[in-house]
Write a protein that binds this ligand. Structure first.
Ligand code: NDP
Length: 316
């Protein structure tokens, strides 16, 4: 399996399994099946509401001798109501407990949007903390504490713009090892990917298949369906592959890591096999023409009236 070498020398398997929307009662079996297929990288988060079941599945796979802990790469994230230096270690402790792990391979700040403690999803402006009173550098100091305590190997961020990465870089003792953002042919973000490469920051592509199982309130009418794109389908036909395999192979060909989510044994296998698909120059050129800056997870849900955040401040 292709890996990304991160700062600190750790190697992250390039293809992983996403677990958002993998429901309790389903996610455990998906994780067990994924381990059997060969997945070693699992992308988790407490806000997905399924870390306990993921933890049970991982420990069962280890106990059954299907995999060793040191062969796994487990990522989790700090939710928005746990920003602030003093809140990071307790939140991480809960995640480690749920996942039944002694350490995480990678811990990410999920969004650069501090919320009041106990608020899962903000419904009104006062659910957010004033960004000036809850600086990201303070949260990052807590992430650095986690490295110092050996609770995590690498730390990084998610949904950060280049400007936010630069601000953080100016103040950080430990540089972010990874940026996880939405990336697919409709949102190639070439400049951001190049910037990360120039800074030695590994990039992980989320929603690489177009996230069509997102909750309805996060979907837009008439949104383009990536898996049905005619160019993606024709590249797939040229290689006797599936559209999903082309999308995964495209992310790997760009040197990013990629974490498609599936709960279906057939599609888990199909997505994993994409690591063997090599796209050629013509494929990459055809796919490059699809870029249209389209976000499926657009962050509009953080930007309601009175919120301190706007789409412009979020994505820069
Ligand atoms: P994806 O783009 O991975 O799409 C998932 C959807 O594609 C599901 O409906 C799945 O259905 C379907 N699917 C999977 N494989 C195939 C296939 N081979 N053919 C056809 N359909 C397929 O969406 P996500 O938004 O879930 O992104 C992936 C992961 O990225 C998340 O699970 C999460 O771990 C991470 N993420 C992180 C975010 C962040 O803020 N940091 C935000 C969003 C995602 P089925 O399960 O039935 O196969």
């Amino acid at each position: 399996m292709q890996t990304l070498e991160l700062s600190g020398g750790y190697r992250m398997p390039a293809l992983g399994l996403g677990t958002w929307k993998a429901d309790p009662g389903v996610v455990g079996e998906a994780v067990r099946e994924a381990v059997r297929i060969g997945y070693r990288h699992f992308d988790c988060a407490p806000v997905y509401g399924n870390e306990k079941e993921v933890g049970l599945a991982l420990s069962a796979a280890i106990a059954a001798g299907e995999v060793r802990r040191e062969e796994l790469w487990i990522t989790s994230k700090l939710w928005n109501d746990c920003h602030g230096r003093d809140n990071v270690l307790p939140a991480l402790g809960r995640t480690l407990n749920d996942l039944k792990l002694d350490y995480l391979d990678l811990f990410l700040v999920h969004w650069p949007l501090p919320q009041r403690p106990g608020v899962s999803f903000p419904a009104e402006p006062r659910d957010f903390l004033d960004p000036a009173e809850a600086p990201l550098a303070d949260t990052w100091a807590g992430m650095e504490d986690a490295v110092g305590k050996g609770m995590v190997r690498c730390i990084g961020v998610s949904n950060f713009s280049r400007r936010r990465l630069e601000d953080l870089g100016d103040q950080a003792r430990v540089s972010p090892a990874v940026l996880q953002v939405e990336l697919h042919p409709y949102l190639a973000q070439a400049e951001l990917v190049d910037y990360c490469r120039s800074r030695g920051i590994g990039v992980t592509a989320y929603s690489p298949l177009g996230s069509k199982d997102r909750p309805e309130r996060l979907q837009h009418e008439d949104e383009p369906v990536l898996l049905e794109d005619t160019v993606i389908r024709s590249v797939a036909r040229r290689h006797s592959a599936t559209p999903a395999q082309v999308l995964v192979a495209w992310a790997l060909a760009r040197g990013t890591s990629v974490i498609p989510k599936s709960s279906s044994p057939v599609r888990l296998k199909e997505n994993f096999a994409a690591a063997g698909l090599r796209l050629d120059e013509r494929d990459m050129q055809d796919i490059a023409a699809l870029d249209r800056g389209y976000r499926y997870v657009d962050g509009a849900f953080w930007c309601f009236e009175g919120s301190p955040h706007t789409l412009e401040s979020l994505w820069g």
